[in-house]
Design a binder for this molecule. Sequence first.
Ligand code: PSZ
Length: 503
Amino acid sequence: MAIFSRSGVRLGNLIKKTSRLCYVSQHTAVNAPQYVTAGCEEPTGPILRTSIPGPESQKLTQELDQIQNAGSVQFFVDYAKSQGNYITDVDGNVLLDLFTQIASIPIGYNHPNLLQVMSQPENLSTFINRPALAVFPPKDWVRHLKNALLSVAPPGMHQVQTMACGACSIEHGQKAMFITHQRKKRGGLPPTQEELTSCLYNKEPGCPDLTVLSFSGAFHGRTMGALGITHSKWIHKLDFPTPDWPMATFPKLKYPLHENERENMEIENRSLDEVRERIEEYNKRGRPVVGCCIEPIQAEGGDNFASPRFFQELQKICKENEVVLLMDEVQTGCGSTGKFWAHEHFDLPEAPDIVAFSKKMLTGGFYYKEDLRPKEAFRIFNTWVGDSSKVLLLEAVINTIKKYNLLDNVKETGQYLQNGLHEMEKKFPHCVSNVRGLGTFCSVDFPDAAFRDGVIMKLRNRGVHAGACGDRSMRFRPTLIFQKHHADIFFDAFEKTLQESSQ
Ligand code: PSZ
């Protein structure tokens, strides 16, 4: 049976459907894949062989723990056996993956289009010889940048810088803000000798006291500059000397949105007022606010959404105060909201000044407006500045998104997922609340963290791997090839889990 997207584009073949959850004995071979989803072969459903983590995972975790603290390990994975939306652990358990390596697998595990990139002889040298990209770029680098990153640049953005990870992209985005601010302040003159000398001693005027505004609940990464604007959990922050930079309250909207319009508008207005106040306060203290970082949807902080009007107003405030607006799309970028970039939902009159990415984009980096381009070389720089092999893979990801119209798939499946979650909210009003989302980037709340963690554990032992965020939320971060039949598998497991948990 063929599967078509709403626009009539064939997404893949649904070859055969058997029972969704198979309990098999220790010695049974893993079922042969029976679905083909957006060109990717998949099992028909989860397979449970052991409780999770199983004995092999536990053994490997103990071994790892002798070398490093392995307290964060949930289970060990057999990546060679993982396919499409399914992750296979070392004990042979096959789980429907709604968490996807903290939201970073765009088109499923081992997608044939990615395997093909690896199998082409002309690509091998890119995987073997990792270049110092800013000094010795490979001959096809410009072509790949254009075919991959620039082909999906947010509307109105034409400059791009690659980086290794999310935090490093944010940090270098901040540097672009500082460099630009100081360049304008100097009015075209070169830096003074005093600036050049004092900066080596971490002193003014070479190291100016500039600040970046951020929001309560934000997560932008764990390196020191990114950590300075991160406020989601103490585990990220404790013991680290981060700068005293301004923070405003991120709106915490009330759900359902249509019943709380007036109150939500007031909540957002208070937050915008705080932004204005913080900018004024820090500017007055001689610690000018030169940048503002924000996630289009606060992810780690609990999937907190704000309205398009909020972001439009924020952009206006930033422009009035010559504050550079950095949109952190590390978790929201690359399609999971139904648009390639989440901020495209906001109808901003113009692009944000900087858009940072990583995760599903496979390479870190940021787009920026021409004004933020450093005049000197070596200002935004490090050894690798990313990894050209990741850009090769990204090109295949983007071609696959286009070929299978995966943004349409995300919109359609996202609607289906959200409708189903609303049904669960009605059915289990004491357990499930605050259903929210854009595309498949959705989440629900539970009464508290313990309840939420219990649900996630029970789901896992029913063959569904989901993730937590914020204080009491469960988030959905499936691949872009996640489809309705996958959502049905989740709903079966979720309903059973809620029935059990609410007894
Ligand atoms: O605990 C952690 O370090 C986690 S858990 C999820 C993330 C990090 N997300 C990374 C992230 C992000 O979601 C946003 C919006 N901005 C920046 C980052 C940092 O990316 P990495 O982890 O690549 O440095």
